[in-house]
Ligand binder design. Structure first.
Ligand code: PMP
Length: 409
């Protein structure tokens, strides 16, 4: 009976926006959802994306379905962008040339995580998937629904507002051989704290020793340095290990939601690096078999924008890189402004400056976050993660003052 269905709790992140929308306080601030806002608090469309849309509007003559795994043009654009790294990644280039990368357009990053989850559940030997503690809340939900068994590995020490690298290594080493391990490529969500290249080296040594299957999630490529080509050290190193035959395969979930601002266009990809061209063929066929009964084929508007931006004849690549750099620059500015306005005598806020990406992981307790909401109409998730694009010149002092008051109490 339908009347017996229990009420499901609202989504932890999207529920925040619902509550924010209902609040009548004109000073209210939404620091919940990770979507970019400009200095006047408004969402934007990247100018380069608008240009690409103009080209698309003028040239598009049909709205036919794309392939189950998207168009070749989109797949090649992604491969060139991520694995060839504009000519700098010789190993990635070699893997492309040897047909050892299977790329499929997916329904943004979430869709790619779900597709790889289903794929691994169907074809990989182990169900155990290790995710950092903490991680983006939807990771656990997606992988559980895909039939995998997510379990946490140590990542962050909340009491120190810092990475807990010693425990990270220890907890990974204690996991069963052959587990799947989820790695955030950059701008770890929610903490904003990434591993250094040296620390990645140590983690990848464990990955090889334990025969883990690396599954990389890259939703914020470009948000660490401002340049997407600089934020893929982990991918380049993994490609090198594959070429050196020290690693057989890995998978990459990638999204254009944030770095092209294509959120609702749902544009992203899954790539699986394989041992051989024959393996690629089989994997691609199985991805098609898996996707076809779920959503048949991905949406085309966002993927065509991506195709145009990466198509040299349109000359839009540099404009896009500049647009992205500007977005990341503003986030870094508000991060520093928030830091400047916080009272450092009652709390050490230095960790804010070490974090990268769309968020600051404040270290505030759930009680403090609730107090901010109830007393100041500042909305954030109860883990103390603030999406800093909600901060601007008009509200940064109000916000800092609210935080200072709540910390003092
Ligand atoms: N992975 C991480 C870590 C994310 O933060 C997000 C977006 N919040 C995603 C994946 C997926 O985003 P989308 O489905 O919008 O591409």
């Amino acid at each position: 009976k339908w009347s017996e269905i229990p009420l499901a709790p609202p989504d932890k992140i999207l529920g925040i926006s619902e509550a924010y929308n209902k609040d009548a306080n004109t000073s209210k601030i939404n620091l919940g959802v990770g979507a970019y806002r400009d200095n006047s608090g408004k969402p934007i469309i990247f100018p380069s994306v608008k240009e690409a849309e103009k080209i698309l509007l003028a040239s598009e003559v049909e709205k036919e379905y794309t392939g189950i795994t998207g168009s070749k043009k989109f797949q090649n654009a992604v491969k060139g962008f991520v694995f060839n790294n504009s000519g700098k990644d010789v190993n990635g280039q070699q893997l492309i040339e040897q047909n050892r990368i299977v790329t499929a357009q997916t329904i943004s990053g979430t869709g790619s995580l779900r597709v790889i989850g289903d794929f691994l559940n169907r074809f990989y030997t182990n169900k155990k998937l290790l995710v950092p503690k903490p991680t983006w809340a939807n990771h656990v939900a997606v992988f559980k629904d895909a039939g995998l068994e997510p379990e946490f590995y140590a990542y962050y020490e909340t009491s120190k507002n810092d990475l807990d690298f010693a425990n990270l290594k220890k907890s990974l080493s204690s996991q069963p051989d052959g587990s799947i391990v989820l790695l955030h490529a950059c701008c770890h969500n929610p903490t904003g704290m990434d591993l250094t290249p040296e620390q990645w080296e140590e983690v990848l040594a464990i990955v090889q020793e334990k025969n883990f299957y690396p599954l990389v999630d890259m939703a914020y490529q470009g948000f660490a340095s401002g340049n997407p080509y600089k934020d893929i050290g982990l991918i380049r190193r993994l490609n090198e290990l594959v070429v050196q035959n020290k690693l057989k395969s890995y998978a990459l979930c990638q999204s254009f939601a944030k770095n092209m601002g294509l959120y609702g266009e749902r544009t992203g990809s899954i790539s699986i690096i394989t041992e051989s061209a024959e393996a690629s063929q089989a994997i691609e066929s199985q991805l098609k078999k898996l996707i076809r009964p779920i959503y048949s084929s991905p949406p085309i508007h966002g993927s065509k924008i991506v195709e145009i931006i990466f198509d040299e004849q349109h000359n839009l690549l540099n404009s896009w890189l500049q647009d992205l750099d500007k977005v990341v620059g503003r986030l870094n500015t508000v991060r520093s402004k928030l830091y400047e306005n916080l009272d450092k005598s009652s709390y050490n806020w230095d960790h804010l400056l070490k974090q990268r990406g769309m968020f600051v992981y404040t270290g505030l307790s759930a009680e403090q976050v609730i107090k901010l909401r109830n007393d100041y109409s500042v909305y954030a998730t109860e883990d103390g993660r603030f999406s800093i694009s909600g901060i601007n010149d008009n509200n940064v002092e109000y916000l800092a003052n609210a935080i200072n008051e709540v910390v003092k109490q």
